[in-house]
Write a protein that binds this ligand. Structure first.
Ligand SMILES: Nc1ncnc2c1ncn2[C@@H]1O[C@H](COP(=O)(O)OP(=O)(O)OP(=O)(O)O)[C@@H](O)[C@H]1O
Ligand SMILES: [Mg+2]
Length: 487
């Protein structure tokens, strides 16, 4: 790479272009500008910039389409997109289509320049950029399996995208059921190691000696009962990824051995003094507070730092309630009666119940609740009484003077008195299903119109619009996103 890095700025706003030009020139970059998608594509062909900084909203074309076209033609080209605040879905889309990063407008100048520096450092490190890019491209489909587009999840996707291609050790923390394992899988699949195995070991499941045999393997006769030589999980994971789940449960003795593997990338089978070299990527997960464990003397500090190179902290579901509707949708599809069945639908009242629960068991609890409800409703739309959620503190706003929707309390009462016969029988005829879908679309169209009108009447003020519509603000946000009314 040459000294003067060149950046192509793509924005239809002249002010933004000149501001960025000044800023980037001040940082020592060469700068070119383009006003439209077509100009950007032409400029890339002609000038081969090292980086493109582009707005996703372009006057002539969809920014994501331009991004895809650029990435298809120039795998190695790094692109940072600029999105308007709140444009989280376009930010996700951009990341999925290979953008390196995104910045939200209006941006902090320091964030932007730090972002650019990161890109270039990354470019220097990546010797096989195009190969890596190909692998990253695959992660797009993978990320679709991790559902959620809330801000905290966006940060998680960003991290996955950034670190998947490196071999850095990753520590994933978070409460039970937040998706740690899912993220570990996504990391492996998005990495260049994905043709090789990902081996999972739960450090909580086995007592120390068994865990060590499991991890390192043993030689024949190394201890009573070791009749044959056995390869351990580290060897099985060679060239791939090892996922050490519940690492917080590992004993200090095993921690010491693990530390050596991380430092030297070699180990011996138990009962052997022949060192075996391995090439693995380590991902560890825990729902414990490892720093606290270190302080309490239960976890080696040096191991903690070795593992904690990249830290992904999974947000609890209650901190990203915006994701509830899309998760519900995802699980309704997952727990269909049969692969070609139309997913069970859910009433707004039942959805409101799900949006008021505080989900101590996080996504796993939600998944179980939806699965159970699908069975209980027997094919009819899910009602609050199909959701007997275990008691959680009742939020004041849900019951007192809140909008006229059923809160948790009402739902629980309904569940207690639920009458199984009141539930409609499962639908099976194709014509009935088609009718159902038609109704759903009609309702969606009506909803979209009413919400759009309410927003317009209230000059975009969502709280007021929600009050007027008599729905929870959270539900309104979800609907706005669902119908694309926010952008
Ligand atoms: N964002 C998500 N999108 C879709 N499914 C999810 C998501 N997060 C979690 N799940 C699902 O929830 C369940 C629990 O996730 P996972 O096993 O990854 O949690 P965990 O953090 O490892 O929990 P634990 O600490 O209890 O092991 C899985 O069935 C997983 O597929
Ligand atoms: Mg787990």
């Amino acid at each position: 790479m040459t000294d003067a890095r060149s950046v192509l700025v793509v924005d239809d706003d002249a002010q933004v272009r000149s501001l960025l030009t000044d800023l980037l020139k001040g940082e020592g970059y060469g700068v070119k500008v383009a006003k439209t998608g077509a100009e950007a594509i032409a400029a890339v062909e002609k000038q081969r910039p090292d980086l493109v900084l582009m707005d996703v909203k372009l006057p002539d074309q969809d920014g994501i389409a331009v991004l895809r076209q650029l990435k298809r033609a120039h795998d190695e080209l790094e692109i940072i997109v600029m999105t308007a605040f709140g444009g989280s879905s376009s930010a996700i889309k951009a990341m999925e289509h290979g953008a390196y990063d995104y910045v939200t407008k209006p941006f902090e100048i320091d964030d932007l320049t730090a972002g650019l520096r990161r890109v270039f450092e990354h470019a220097d490190m990546a010797s096989e950029v195009s190969a890596l890019r190909l692998e990253l491209g695959k992660s797009a489909a993978e990320r679709e399996r991790i559902v959620g587009s809330s801000r905290p999840m966006l940060e998680v996707y960003k991290l996955i995208g950034k670190v998947a291609s490196s071999d850095a050790t990753v520590l994933i923390t978070g409460e039970s059921g937040t998706g740690k394992e899912l993220v570990a899988e996504a990391l492996h699949r998005a990495s260049k190691r994905n043709p090789h195995p990902m081996v999972k070991v739960s450090c909580a499941a086995l007592p120390e000696t068994l865990l060590e045999t499991e991890l390192f393997g043993h030689e024949k006769g190394s201890f009573t009962g070791a009749m044959t030589q056995r390869k351990g999980r580290f060897e099985a994971a060679n060239k791939g990824t090892i996922f050490l789940d519940e690492i917080g449960e590992m004993t200090l003795g095993t921690q010491t051995k693990l530390l050596r593997i991380l430092q030297e990338r070699e180990f011996e089978r138990i009962g052997s003094n022949v060192s075996i070299k391995i090439d693995i990527r380590v991902i560890a997960a825990t729902n414990r507070d490892l720093a606290g464990e270190v302080e309490a003397g239960r976890f080696r500090e040096d191991l903690y730092y070795r593992l904690n190179v990249i830290h992904i902290d999974m947000p609890p579901l209650r901190d990203r309630m915006d994701d509830v509707p899309s998760l519900v949708e995802h699980f309704l599809a997952k727990y269909r009666w049969s692969p070609d069945a139309i997913p069970t639908t859910i009433t707004e009242e039942a959805m409101a119940v799900l949006q008021e629960h505080d989900w101590p068991g996080n996504v796993r609890e939600l998944e179980n609740a939806v699965e159970r409800a699908v069975v209980l409703s027997r094919g009819a739309p899910i009602l609050p009484e199909h959701l007997p959620l275990t008691a959680a503190p009742i939020q004041g706003s849900a019951t007192e003077g809140g909008p006229p929707r059923r809160g948790r309390r009402a739902a629980t009462k309904a569940a207690a008195g639920a009458d199984a016969d009141a539930v409609a029988p499962p639908r099976n005829g194709a014509s009935e299903a088609a009718e159902g879908a038609g109704l759903k679309e009609a309702v969606a169209a009506l909803e979209k119109r009413l919400i759009g009108e309410a927003l317009a009447r209230n000059s975009g003020n969502r709280s007021k619009a929600a009050d007027e519509l008599g729905i929870y603000r959270r539900l309104l946000y979800a609907k706005i996103r669902e119908y694309g009314l926010g952008e």
